[in-house]
Design a protein around this ligand. Structure first.
Ligand code: NAD
Length: 357
């Protein structure tokens, strides 16, 4: 039975980069037998302009019915003066909550051809390939009680609560172990078990889940050390799994090891492996509409979709090889341009990937 992919171009460079990713999907469908149907809907600022809200009911319904969702990016200066409750970014949060996407997968891959783009020495980062698995719907960003209280002494007190149930830790740990089985079979669970009881439980449950994956080597690391190790010797890591807040911070750090925001895809998954796939970057209003955006992060998000939601690992590899080929051929969008390379625009880059498929 054919799988349905809901395409949400969004705002800014979103429609440009998604257009190239759709070309890749259509080529796999028309020439390589990928059995998919594509549907499209509005989200973010585009949805606000058309319907008054960032996440129309019909978009959420279509997203729930689809097998996977592909998102460009949302937001931009046009909508920044709106009340925070109806800004474009609320559309994204509504999708994550509405689809119960509790596992955020953020790979940090540095293509050897782009090693010069990192601020770290090429030998430290060349060939880097880390997968950070971040818990996305629990932890301190959602825990109760929260807020700012007035104390009897007259001063105010801010409160947030770090809270995880065993089942929440169990399910995110399983996502990490399942992914490790498809990669280098190593999981590093990151916590602060020496100080926080909640992450002492995290370590205990991660260890218990590890018992079900005898082939995977499990290690534990305190988050402060993990931050240091990411910058010192990042290639020691295969899969890292951690809480919402630690993952938020570490995944940005890992992304920046690669130096090129236009190259990094991401996935957010539910319990059944259904997911929303998007580049890690935003809508880049400064270059929108100029044909300058790098579409590779979005195209690589399609590869993640094929691997994690559509169970088509060979098709995913086909895309990743095609991206490698265009980089080997010296094609570069302006954000990754270096001396001696051949500068191309968004559409040309997409066409080159399609040709290399
Ligand atoms: P951004 O990621 O959009 O842009 C940061 C810088 O990176 C800009 O100079 C931009 O030109 C460049 N850049 C980003 N993607 C690129 C690409 N594919 N190719 C070439 N260059 C690229 O972050 P920002 O400027 O902080 O935010 C702009 C808007 O995007 C804001 O409204 C923000 O809220 C929104 N945003 C959305 C998402 C999302 O949809 N998931 C994520 C982050 C930011």
């Amino acid at each position: 039975m054919s799988k349905t992919i809901l395409v949400l171009p969004g705002d800014g460079i979103g429609p440009e980069i998604v257009n190239e990713a759709v070309k890749v999907l259509a080529t796999l469908r028309d020439e390589h037998g990928l059995d998919v149907d594509l549907d499209e809907a509005l989200v973010g600022g585009a949805a606000i302009d058309a319907t008054g809200g960032p996440l129309p009911d019909v978009t959420l319904e279509l997203a729930k019915e689809a097998d996977a969702v592909m998102l460009g990016a949302v937001g931009g200066p046009k909508w920044e003066s709106l009340d925070i409750t109806i800004r474009p970014e609320k559309g994204l949060l509504g999708l994550r909550a509405g689809l119960n996407l509790f596992a955020n997968l953020r790979p940090a891959i540095l293509y050897p051809q782009l090693a010069g783009a990192s601020t770290l020495k090429p030998e430290v980062v060349s060939g880097l390939d880390i997968m950070i698995v971040r818990e996305l719907t629990g932890g301190i960003y959602f825990g109760q009680p929260r807020g700012v209280n007035q104390l009897e002494t007259g001063e105010r007190q801010g409160i947030n609560t770090l809270v995880y149930t065993e089942s929440e830790i169990d399910r995110i740990s399983r996502v990490a172990f399942d992914i490790a089985m498809k990669r280098g079979k190593r999981v590093c669970s990151v916590d602060k078990a020496n100080v926080l009881e909640c992450t002492e439980l995290w370590r205990e449950v991660a260890t218990r889940v590890g018992g079900d994956y005898p082939e995977v080597e499990l290690s534990h690391m305190y988050v402060d050390n993990a931050a240091m190790q990411l910058v010192r010797f990042p290639k020691q890591f295969d899969v890292m799994v951690t809480t919402n807040m630690f993952g938020d911070i570490l995944s940005d750090c890992a992304a920046m090891l690669t130096g090129s925001i236009g190259m990094l895809p991401s996935a957010s998954l539910d319990e059944n492996g259904k997911g929303m796939y998007e580049p890690i970057h935003g809508s880049a209003p400064d270059i929108a509409g100029q044909g300058l955006a790098n579409p590779l992060a979005t195209i690589l998000s399609v590869a993640m979709m094929l691997r994690y939601s559509l169970n088509e690992p060979a098709m995913a590899e086909r895309i990743e090889s095609a991206v490698n080929k265009v980089l080997d051929d010296g094609l570069r969008t302006p954000d990754i341009m270096s001396e001696g390379m051949n500068e191309v625009g968004c559409e040309q880059m997409g066409d080159a990937v399609v040709a290399a498929l």
